[in-house]
Design a protein around this ligand. Sequence first.
Ligand code: URP
Ligand code: ZN
Ligand code: ZN
Length: 468
Amino acid sequence: MVFDRVVTGGSVVTPGGIQKVDIGITDGKIAAIGTDLVSPGETTETTDASGHIVIPGVLDVHVHLALPFCGTVSSDDYYSGTRAAARGGVTTLIDFAIPFAGDSLSDAADNWMEKAEGKSLIDYTFHICITRWDDHKDQIAGMIDRGFSTFKEFMIYESEGWQSDDRAMFSTLEIMKEHGTMLLVHAESARVLDELIERHHTPELMAEYGARLHPMSRPNFIEAEAIQRAVKWCEITGGQLYIVHMSTAEGADIVRDAQLRGIPVLAETCAQYLVLDDSVFDQGDGHLFACCPQVKKQADIHRLWKGMRSGEVSVVSTDTCTFTREQKAMWEGDFTKIPMGLPGLETLLPIVYTHGVRFGRISIEEMCRKLSTNPAQIMGLYPQKGAIQVGADADLAIIHPTLEITVDPGTMETNADWSPYDGWSLAGFSRTTLSRGEVIVDDYKVIGEAGRGRWLPRKKAGLYNAEP
Ligand code: URP
Ligand code: ZN
Ligand code: ZN
């Protein structure tokens, strides 16, 4: 058999375990996995992966590119953001289409399609955000017909016009149950959070504590209470729920307990919650690290890694929402005005590989499940994406097992002039990234063309609906 390209000699992480095999690629799909796939005398293109690990391309299912937020627009758009993604071995991303004032759900999807078209280097789709229940409720079925199977509600962000209440969550979950689709929720308890922010928002406290007031006004119970409530609506309605960016030990306990009781709730965490704690706020530029929810304590980090092993943490994503130093400086000493969010697409795989696999916390197979297979299955993209198997898109990342690269914002693709991981030594950057069989990163350099990425339609979502 002759292939368009064969990836040779690597240690390949397949659903059946790690194998020393070649991968034959035809028409952008994996056509064969086996030994000696390059026939003598054939002119097949080859990619030498010897001495390297070949993993399925990573899916980052929580990304915000060019998002108007906190009085500015997040600085990674579909050009810089997807170049950063590719360099980090990410071959699929899911962003959030958020309706602006007066917009329908369909307007929001159109708007995000326009952001991606002509710019995206990798494949993409969107979660559709429901922000005005009365206007949006009758539009959900139409969006499912259009190929969107995941919806999102924010329990906070009233000032952005995005906040949903319990009525919206409860009723959306009923609709998710009916259609086999899934609701994603940003779980923080809005009213108590407002009260705590107000209590900390005084000139005296701001002078004394600066940006440290951000984590101080968001104790763990803010997330835990909101997760508990969302899980209750999930239990009653039976609609599939997915908790985004879970950051607390308490949250992980609640999700585990619910899963053991058969409630259809799943949870993701993000790379930052696995490696950063709130001591970052003690640095002079601590305000740069402000995001929602905030990074927590060592005990939470420990619990989230445990959840990765025992299963209540199904996915690791990034919640990429990049702001430059200049944008972050808009806070001018007022912690309520910091543009909230962190860059992350470029460092997701290196962080999880280095701090998970290399530090002995998870196996490489487990890492691939959290970064590729689970997100693909849960978000309705499996088996097209998420695993190295015949018939799947040939989305691959080829990483060196030990070679470390020092994180230097000056050499990164992301449009940020700082990094939460500045100076960290990380292995796991992608030497070669393939998207649908095409080499888009070669020798750690992005070579793919902007605009080659495709929108991915979906029908279903949620593990309880995943196709076998
Ligand atoms: O700080 C964050 N996370 N910014 C993005 C918006 C969100 O809540 O996901
Ligand atoms: Zn959020
Ligand atoms: Zn987010």
